[in-house]
Ligand binder design. Structure first.
Ligand SMILES: Nc1ncnc2c1ncn2[C@@H]1O[C@H](COP(=O)(O)OP(=O)(O)OP(=O)(O)O)[C@@H](O)[C@H]1O
Length: 250
C-alpha cells in the first residue's frame, strides 16, 4: 500500500513491568479510512496495546507513530490526532453531558459552529437530547457510555481508538454507533476497535488483528485470516476459535 498509515505500531514490546512483558514484538498499521478490529481473549493484551498507543504506557521496545510522528517528535500533534473511547466510562460526576462535550471540543480546538452542529447531530443520533443538561452522575450506565462516544466523535480526530464500546448500549445505540463509524470511515478517518462481539464487527471491519497471549497470531481481511486459519468461508467466530484454540471446530 502506498498511502501513509495513520497508525503504525512497529515491533512493540511492552507491559506493566520490565521483567514481565505483556506484548511481544507486535507490528501493525491502520490506513486512512480503515476500520480495523483488534480481537483476542480476555487478557490477550488489547487494552495494553491501546494504552501504549495513547501514550499512557512507555514501550519496552519498538515504536508507535500517528501520522508519521512519534510522541517524542510532537506530543501535541500526536495526541490531537487521537480520540479514545475507553471500555468503562470515565466522566466528571459534577459536569453535565453538554459540559463534557464543550470541554472536549475546546481541548481539541473545535470552532463554536462545528461544535454546535456536531453536538446537535450526536445528541439526536444517540437519543440524548433530553439528557444534555443532566449531570453525568444522574445517567444510566448505557447513557454514560454514550457520553464517552459522543465526546470522541465531537472532536473528529484522524484516528479513533475504541475499546469494547458496545457493552451497556441498547440495540438502537449499537446501530447508531455502527452507522456513525461507517460515516467516519467514509470521511477518511480511521478506527481501531476492540470487541468480543465478533458477529457484530465481522461485517464492519476492513481488517482484523488477532492477538493471543500478547502476540499477533494473524492479521488481514476476513478472507485472508480465514485462509491462515484453514477455515475458508467460515464466520469470524470460527476463524477466531481456530486461531486461538489451535484448530477448526469442524
Ligand atoms: N494494571 C495492570 N497491572 C499489571 N498487569 C496488568 C494490568 N492491566 C492488565 N494487566 C495484565 O496484562 C495482560 C493483558 O491485559 P489487557 O487488559 O491488555 O487484556 P485485554 O485483551 O484487554 O483483555 P479483556 O478482553 O479482558 O479486556 C493480562 O495478563 C493482565 O492481567
Amino acid at each position: 500500500m502506498n498511502e501513509h498509515p495513520v497508525l503504525s505500531v512497529k515491533e512493540l514490546s511492552g507491559g506493566y513491568s520490565l521483567n514481565r512483558p505483556v506484548l511481544h514484538d507486535i507490528s501493525f498499521h491502520v490506513q486512512p479510512g480503515e476500520m480495523v478490529g483488534l480481537i483476542g481473549l480476555n487478557g490477550a493484551g488489547k487494552s495494553t496495546t491501546m494504552k501504549h498507543i495513547l501514550g499512557l504506557m512507555n514501550p519496552h521496545k519498538g515504536e508507535v507513530t500517528v501520522k508519521g510522528r512519534s510522541r517524542s517528535d510532537d506530543a501535541e500533534g500526536y495526541h490531537g490526532a487521537l480520540g479514545f473511547v475507553p471500555e468503562s466510562p470515565i466522566l466528571y460526576e459534577e459536569m453535565t453531558v453538554r459540559e463534557h462535550l464543550e470541554f472536549t471540543a475546546r481541548s481539541y480546538g473545535i470552532s463554536k459552529e462545528n461544535y454546535e452542529s456536531r453536538a446537535a447531530a450526536l445528541s439526536g443520533m444517540f437519543r440524548m437530547e433530553d439528557k444534555m443538561d443532566s449531570l453525568s452522575s444522574h445517567l444510566s450506565k448505557g447513557m454514560r457510555q454514550k457520553v464517552m462516544i459522543m465526546c470522541a466523535f465531537v472532536a473528529r480526530p484522524s484516528l479513533y481508538i475504541i475499546d469494547e464500546p458496545f457493552l451497556g448500549l441498547d440495540p438502537l445505540g449499537i446501530r447508531s454507533l455502527l452507522d456513525f463509524m461507517v460515516e467516519i470511515k467514509q470521511s477518511g478517518a480511521s478506527i481501531l476497535l476492540s470487541s468480543h462481539i465478533l458477529s457484530t464487527i465481522e461485517n464492519y471491519c476492513d481488517r482484523f488483528i488477532v492477538l493471543h497471549q500478547g502476540r499477533i497470531v494473524a492479521q488481514g481481511s476476513l478472507e485472508s485470516i480465514a485462509q491462515e486459519a484453514d477455515t475458508p468461508g467460515q464466520p469470524l467466530e470460527d476463524i477466531f476459535y481456530a486461531l486461538t484454540q489451535g484448530g477448526s471446530r469442524k
